[in-house]
Write a protein that binds this ligand. Structure first.
Ligand SMILES: [Zn+2]
Length: 89
């Protein structure tokens, strides 16, 4: 099932710019959408999609429709949580 392939960039390589997860959008990320798929993830696990302000609503709706959305938090460099690649700080 390739339902989530549109956001396969989540967890980008270290040093990659934090950009919107929406396909074909290259805007900088302003939001991080936390989600969990209970069919494949443990309940405490959080996947993260980054989103620009324009696509925040679209991505939230996408996740909410499927019952996966958990919460949306402001994104600023260094505040990513969940499974975005980070350092060892
Ligand atoms: Zn976008």
């Amino acid at each position: 099932m390739n339902l989530f392939s549109l956001a396969s960039g989540a967890g980008a390589p270290e040093g990659a710019p934090a950009i919107c997860s929406r396909k074909a959008c290259r805007a900088g990320a302003d939001w991080q959408l936390l989600w969990n798929n209970p069919r494949i993830h443990t309940p405490e696990r959080r996947k993260v999609w980054l989103s620009c302000t324009e696509h925040r609503g679209w991505l939230e709706d996408y996740l909410q429709t499927r019952g996966l959305w958990k919460e949306t938090l402001p994104f600023t460099a260094g505040t990513a949580i969940g499974e975005q690649q980070g350092g060892n700080s």
